[in-house]
Design a protein around this ligand. Structure first.
Ligand SMILES: [Zn+2]
Length: 357
């Protein structure tokens, strides 16, 4: 019986590279795996992290198929990362964390989390990092399970660096934060149109800069999702739900493409209204309860607690409706453009009526 880890990655043989993990096996592991590949929940977090750091110090960045114990914090903000770690197909158990820190990574190499799975409470934290050269941050095919989150806020992808999110699954009650993120290239395409929405979590990208555009396909953005302040000129939403997504202060809404996008139905929105009595009264005067598509920004305005906020909310919603109207006009979708025109007018009347209240 060998002393080394029995873990075999299907890819290793296929690629003709290394055939084994090479790390010492744990004496009591039923499968004969090392500390990184074992799935024993009693493993010591510190021991796990020490092994990761030891591997990196030995220029071994291959963590393919590792199983991160619950609660482990893998903080690589000060480690030497040559080569970049490869966390392909890793399993991140409850409340574990990956922290990259505000570091600058460059070159042709890739930071891989391809096919990894992130469990409840896991945070994949890449916030503040910058990527350049031909570097790829690969989250393709990764699964974010209920309660997990990825934070890419303030990340910069310059040069040919790109973020790959294709086939990535964000389940409901997950969160992807990309606030103030600068992205030259992002791959967010769901190739398999049959499998339903791959993104059902909250996407927050306040002030993000999608320089070379983005296509969101088959995404069902959850409540609190926002594109606030984002320049949408090269952004396409296809087969998406934006029923609960804020587009407040977004730039160039008219240049974005909205293709088979689901907006909220008035009936659904009515339940969410928490407006004060006074506002509700004026609202009743205002709103023709016909089947008018409604945007989240209007709902948010209605939920505001002061007349001032309601007025500014209506004004913001009016802008969004106008942008949407123009976008649909450009694509000669006149019936839809007319619906948003109606929303725009309602918001304008809303602002005016608040002014006189
Ligand atoms: Zn191993």
């Amino acid at each position: 019986m060998s002393d080394t880890c029995a873990y075999k990655d299907p890819d290793w043989e296929h690629q003709g590279q290394r055939l084994d993990c090479g790390r010492p096996r744990r004496s009591d592991d039923p499968k004969g795996y090392c500390i990184l590949h074992s799935s024993d929940p009693r493993r010591d977090c510190t021991e796990f992290v020490d092994e990761v750091i030891r591997s990196l110090a030995n220029r071994k960045g291959d963590f393919n198929g590792c199983n991160v114990p619950a609660g482990t914090i893998v903080d690589l903000s000060v480690q030497r990362l040559e080569p970049l770690p490869d966390f392909t197909a890793t399993i991140w158990n409850e409340h574990s964390q990956f922290i990259l820190g505000q570091r600058h990574l460059d070159g042709h190499v890739h930071l891989r989390f391809h096919g990894a799975s992130f469990h409840d409470g896991v945070v994949l934290n890449l916030a503040g990092a910058s990527f350049a050269g031909r570097l790829e941050v690969d989250l393709g095919g990764a699964t974010f399970l209920d309660g997990s989150a990825a934070n890419l806020s303030s990340c910069t992808f310059a040069g040919g660096a790109r973020l790959i999110l294709s086939q990535c699954r964000f389940e409901p009650r997950t969160e992807l934060k990309m606030n103030s993120c600068t992205l030259r290239e992002m791959v967010w395409i769901n190739d398999d149109h049959q499998s339903g929405p791959l993104f059902a979590g909250v996407l927050q990208c306040r002030g993000a800069n999608f320089e070379c555009g983005a296509t969101f396909m088959g995404s069902d953005f959850a409540e609190r999702s926002t594109f606030e302040g984002v320049d949408l000129r090269n952004v396409t939403f296809r087969n998406c739900s934006l029923a609960r997504t804020s587009l407040r202060n977004a730039i160039s809404i008219e240049d974005a493409e909205f293709d088979n996008v689901r907006w909220a139905t008035p009936a659904k929105q009515r339940k969410q209204r928490r407006a004060s009595w006074r506002v509700a009264q004026s609202w009743r005067r205002l709103v023709d309860e016909a089947n008018r598509v409604t945007i989240q920004d209007e709902v948010d305005a209605m939920a505001s607690m002061s007349n001032e906020k309601i007025t500014s909310g209506f004004a913001a919603a009016e802008r969004v409706y106008r942008g949407l109207k123009k976008s649909y006009e450009k694509r000669a979708d006149h019936p839809r453009a007319a619906e948003f025109h109606y929303g725009e007018m309602e918001m304008r009347r809303g602002v005016e009526s608040q002014d006189v209240v």
